[in-house]
Ligand binder design. Structure first.
Ligand code: BG6
Length: 298
């Protein structure tokens, strides 16, 4: 029996269906009266989320690579155990969780008709070149009136586990220059493009490359999209740093897995544990932490 069939017979249901996804990686589609979402086991990556009757909420690049070792451009990359460049300079950005193959743990249905799946990654599943410490990650995705993505981080070792990370969500907007990103007013930020510190004045308007880490942010962020006539609401917990990113014209051209014009239709609002905001974490042996994002539209 192949992996798709084996997973289908173990975890599949009317609401949970496995298939050979992009790049040949096994993927799983959740579908119920609230909408649809799809994940690939490569990176435990949520590739799409479409509430019933709505325009897709998550953005995926048409140029995204789905090859082992390369990150997926779009959806919700799970950045862990580091956010940003690897401090040793040996490995790529945003950690190995997003380029590792995760395992299915469970799938289920709640009495309210929500569908959820949980995937798991442990140190033994990670490419030996990364030599990770002992850990276990569990990513649960629940498709209900919101899409809830919860990353549980367990220190299964005998030493402290230090990490940074993010749920690096890419949102689908009609025209990035027309949106307003609200909820970060008066927050301090580090601007990675201009290399300055600042305080956010009013809502964020995207009219150039923006790559900012906002500090002490635990509230919701709203992406107001006047063209799609909707607001994407991004609530979170377990995170006090928020990253907002749009590569704009020049950076888009430099990224091989990002279309030159695609910056018009996306914005990233990331629930982070970013060291640039003093929000990186240390877990004692046996401890667990959870990073959670709840996404909905209004
Ligand atoms: C954002 C960072 O979170 O991710 C940006 O703030 C970075 O600096 C972007 O360019 C994309 O990173 P990557 O590794 O997926 O190309």
């Amino acid at each position: 029996m192949n992996t798709v069939n084996a997973l289908q017979s173990r975890f599949g249901s009317e609401n949970v269906n496995f298939y050979a996804g992009p790049g040949g990686f096994t993927a799983v589609k959740l579908a119920n009266s609230y909408g649809e979402a799809a994940l690939t086991l490569y990176g435990a990556h949520v590739m799409s989320y479409t509430p019933a009757g709505a325009v897709p909420v998550l953005w995926m690049s048409e140029k995204s690579m789905f090859t082992a070792g390369d990150p997926i451009r779009g959806g919700i990359p799970v950045c862990w155990p580091w956010f940003g460049p690897d401090v040793t300079g040996k490995f790529g950005g945003h950690g190995y969780a997003r380029v590792s193959l995760w395992n299915m743990v469970s799938a289920g249905q709640t009495p309210a008709g929500e569908t959820s799946v949980t995937l798991c990654l442990e140190d033994k599943d990670v490419d030996a070149k990364f030599a990770p410490q002992s850990f276990k990650l569990e990513l649960s995705v629940t498709l209900g009136a919101t899409l809830t993505v919860a990353l549980k981080i367990y220190n299964t070792g005998t030493e402290e586990l230090a990490y940074s990370g993010a749920l690096h969500s890419y949102f689908n907007v009609a025209d990035s220059a027309a949106i307003k990103v609200c909820g970060l007013e008066d927050c301090e930020y580090s601007d990675k493009v201009l290399n300055v510190e600042g305080i956010q004045s009013g809502s964020i308007v995207i009219d150039r490359e923006i790559d900012r880490v906002y500090r002490r942010t635990s509230g919701s962020v709203n992406v107001e999209d006047p063209v799609f006539n909707r607001t994407i609401r991004i609530a979170k917990s377990g995170s006090t740093s928020t990253v907002v990113w749009n590569p704009w014209i020049e950076k888009s051209k430099k990224m091989p897995d990002f279309g030159d014009e695609e910056y018009h239709t996306m914005v990233c609002v990331e629930a982070a544990n970013a060291s640039a905001a003093g929000d990186d974490r240390v877990l004692a042996p046996g401890a667990m932490a959870e990073l959670r994002q709840m996404i909905s539209i209004a």
